[in-house]
Design a protein around this ligand. Structure first.
Ligand code: AMP
Length: 393
């Protein structure tokens, strides 16, 4: 299939899109329709010569926004649509061509991702109305982690909670972990061996990948488990919920809100969820920002060390995501906490590896390597969509 793929990520009031050619050198058209359903709805994007545009779309819903997006594709007709779907439960181990059965399976998983899957389904329906003749493919955040063995995905809970209610660890950011580990396998002489990946953005997760298969990951049933994130707490004592309820009278919704929206870097620093500002304030001596940075890095190091148990050998660690790609401080501080693993980085190369640069920042050929690889979730979704459509033909 030579035609470009339109990659769509639908939220309840937004649509992120990118038009991706089969030629990786070709310019991407991309943008974001936001505040859908309100008088302030608008479409922002970039055209092929890199110029930005903003188009007001008062009161537009998903279908109107998709029609507006179509007008900004500069006459390039997509051959397929690839949808980012957050949760595929245990139904999907890879991307799937969307039909009624796939829609029903995504719907049946909605209880596990109540904020995301219904919005993703609404996005698919709107896209089917606007592009009735195009094949549509669902690419799941969870699918890459379906290779986890039971020892990694089961919680130590009564079995019935797993068998009857699907309570297990699923993992997320699958397209990102898959992309960067595959890319490291191509770039490094070590090939597709054992890689630890750290996707550090607003959401953060780590993964242990052996021969392109995910063997463990830090997120679990929901994207709240694991690392400290922008506003998410990551791991807390499972007894915390009962404690807050009994001692402070907080409802489950209040607890959920605090753990998801008011914790993480924001909660620890008391300032911000933005790592750039945390770093600035920490170097200016702000105690909360210093603590936030310290807890953030310690938790990543601890998670990488724990995940190393999943791998027969460690060929290297890969940093990606807005923070992983741009913060020499975080990379340095995380690895400084793991001296017994033998990671050695060249500080000058580390400092230079920012703003989309890709490379190996190790200082020696001995020991495991350290790579910075800008993630490309949209490119990976387009690639999986292409494969799925081609193999169905
Ligand atoms: P993402 O969700 O992948 O877009 O990542 C967002 C996070 O990346 C935010 O916490 C940003 O502060 C962080 N980030 C972006 N640029 C930098 C930078 N130059 N230094 C440190 N953090 C950065």
């Amino acid at each position: 299939m030579n035609a470009p793929v339109l990659v769509i990520n639908c939220g309840s009031s937004s649509i992120k899109y990118a038009l991706i050619d089969s030629d990786p050198q070709a310019a991407r058209l991309s943008g974001l329709a936001e505040r859908l359903g309100s008088s302030e709805a608008r479409l922002k994007g970039k055209n092929s010569d890199g110029e930005s545009f903003t188009q007001p779309l008062p009161n537009a819903g998903h279908a109107e926004a998709l029609n507006a997006i179509l007008e900004h594709l500069e006459g390039r007709i997509p051959g397929a649509v690839g949808h980012r779907i957050v949760h595929g439960g245990e139904h999907f181990t890879q991307a799937a061509l969307i039909d009624e059965n796939v829609m029903a399976a995504i719907h049946s998983t909605a209880a596990l991702a109540p904020l995301h899957n219904p919005a993703n389904l609404a996005g698919i329906s709107a896209t089917q109305r606007v592009f009735p003749d195009l094949p549509q493919v669902a690419v799941f955040d969870t699918a890459f982690h379906q290779t986890l063995p039971p020892r990694a995905y089961r919680y130590a809970l009564p079995e019935v909670l797993y068998t009857e209610h699907g309570i297990r660890r699923y993992g997320f950011h699958g397209t990102s972990h898959a992309y960067v580990s595959q890319r490291a396998g191509e770039l490094s002489l070590r090939g597709a061996g054992g890689w630890l990946t750290a996707h550090l953005g607003n959401g953060c997760s780590t993964s242990a990948i052996w021969n392109n298969q995910s063997l463990d990951t830090s997120m679990g049933l929901t994207p709240l488990e694991g690392l400290v994130m922008g506003t998410r707490s990551g791991d807390v004592d499972p007894g915390l919920h009962a404690h807050l309820h009994r001692q402070l009278g907080w409802s489950l919704d209040e607890i959920d809100n605090v753990l998801n929206k008011q914790s993480g870097l924001l909660g620890l620093s008391g300032l911000t969820n933005d790592m750039r500002e945390v770093e600035e304030q920490a170097s200016a001596g702000h105690a909360g920002a210093q603590l936030a940075l310290e807890v953030f890095c310690y938790r990543i190091a601890k998670s990488l060390a724990a995940l190393s148990c999943a791998l027969p050998t460690i060929d290297g660690v890969i940093f990606t995501g807005g923070i992983g790609e741009n913060s020499p401080i975080v990379r340095r501080d995380v690895l400084a906490l793991m001296p017994h693993f033998g990671f050695n980085i060249d500080q000058t190369t580390n400092e230079a590896m920012v703003r989309g640069k890709e490379g190996n920042i190790s200082s020696t050929d001995n020991g495991p390597e350290v790579w910075v690889i800008p993630t490309d979730e949209e490119g990976r979704i387009a690639m999986e969509t292409r494969h799925c459509v081609e193999s169905a033909q």
